[in-house]
Write a protein that binds this ligand. Structure first.
Ligand SMILES: Nc1nc2c(ncn2[C@@H]2O[C@H](COP(=O)(O)OP(=O)(O)O)[C@@H](O)[C@H]2O)c(=O)[nH]1
Ligand SMILES: Nc1ncnc2c1ncn2[C@@H]1O[C@H](COP(=O)(O)OP(=O)(O)O)[C@@H](O)[C@H]1O
Length: 187
């Protein structure tokens, strides 16, 4: 039996997916599956740590479990990266848009823990992306994208699976993440 597990973190841009994934790594040693993208790296991002940054030509060379277009760029989660992460730990995290999360829910529903992050006021997302250092034009384009708008709601297919955490305040988010892990790891 395959006891490997995957904690999917999904939600709209700026809701805190990377922050939660970093917290899981730093506090519980839960490694993140590194995904592939054609988006250019941000100032503080490193190839192989934050993403595998790809060209259009190199992107298609990998073997994807699923891949999507998001705000004008390609993103994909490869079999290779998932196997690499599972070789190190039986529980790993993976950051996806909701479309990607839906694909995993079809492919390996028994192995998933799905965490959907929300924010009560979408206006706060803009402030958070500004504070993250994203360029104003990028923020505008990102938040206006059909994908970002779509991801402001939990899709129907994920509703039975998703644990929803409203990430308005980090202290309560952290407590909710701790509780989720405690419940899941006890099972
Ligand atoms: N389906 C899918 N979504 C991904 C993958 N990698 C990243 N994403 C999603 O792509 C979206 C854009 O990511 P990114 O450019 O890093 O922007 P951010 O969400 O604002 O930090 C986010 O919703 C990520 O969750 C992937 O391999 N597959
Ligand atoms: N609870 C919170 N309160 C205030 N700022 C937050 C909180 N959670 C995350 N942030 C900040 O919001 C920004 C976006 O978070 P990030 O994790 O990059 O989101 P995502 O990966 O979903 O796009 C970052 O600057 C992060 O430090």
């Amino acid at each position: 039996m395959n006891t490997n597990k995957l904690l999917i973190i999904t939600g709209a841009s700026g809701t805190g997916k990377t922050t939660v994934s970093d917290y899981l790594r730093d506090t519980y040693g839960i490694a993140r599956v590194i995904t592939h993208t054609t988006r250019p790296p941000r100032a503080n991002e490193l190839n192989g740590r934050d993403y595998y940054f790809e060209t259009e030509a190199s992107f298609v060379q990998n073997h994807y479990i699923e891949s999507v277009s998001y705000a004008g760029y390609h993103y994909g989660s490869s079999r290779e990266a998932l196997q690499r992460a599972w070789q190190r730990r039986r529980l790993v995290s993976l950051i996806l848009d909701t479309k990607g999360a839906e694909s995993y829910a079809q492919v390996m529903p028994q192995q998933l823990i799905v965490l959907y992050l929300a924010i009560s006021d979408p206006e706060i997302l803009k402030e958070r992306l500004e504070r993250r250092g994203d360029a104003p034009a990028t923020i505008k384009q990102r938040l206006a994208s059909a994908e970002s708008q779509r991801d402001l709601q939990v899709p129907a297919a994920l509703q039975p699976l998703a644990h929803v955490i409203v990430n308005d305040h980090w202290t309560s988010t952290k407590a909710a993440v701790d509780q989720l892990l405690k419940n899941e790891l006890c099972q």
